[in-house]
Design a protein around this ligand. Structure first.
Ligand code: SF4
Length: 64
C-alpha cells in the first residue's frame, strides 16, 4: 500500500493524524502530509484505511 494526500482537497482537520499518527503529520499550514515515503508497513495499513475512511474531504488516496 502507498498513500498520498490531495493537497487541494485537504482542509487540515487532522483527523488523519489522530487515526494514524505514524503516517500523517501536518505542514506549516496545518494541512496533512504523509510522513512515510514509499510502501506503508503492513502493520499500519488498517490505521491508514481508517484515516482514509474518516477524512471528511476524501483527500486521502490509497494506492495498492
Ligand atoms: S483528515 Fe483529510 S482533510 Fe483533514 S487533514 Fe487529514 S487529509 Fe486533510
Amino acid at each position: 500500500m502507498k498513500v498520498r494526500v490531495e493537497e487541494g482537497s485537504c482542509h487540515g482537520h487532522q483527523s488523519c493524524a489522530i487515526a494514524a499518527p505514524e503516517v500523517f503529520g501536518a505542514d506549516d499550514y496545518g494541512n496533512a502530509v504523509v510522513l512515510i515515503q514509499g510502501v506503508i508497513p503492513t502493520e499500519l495499513e488498517a490505521k491508514v484505511r481508517r484515516a482514509e475512511g474518516n477524512c471528511p474531504e476524501r483527500a486521502i488516496v490509497i494506492e495498492d
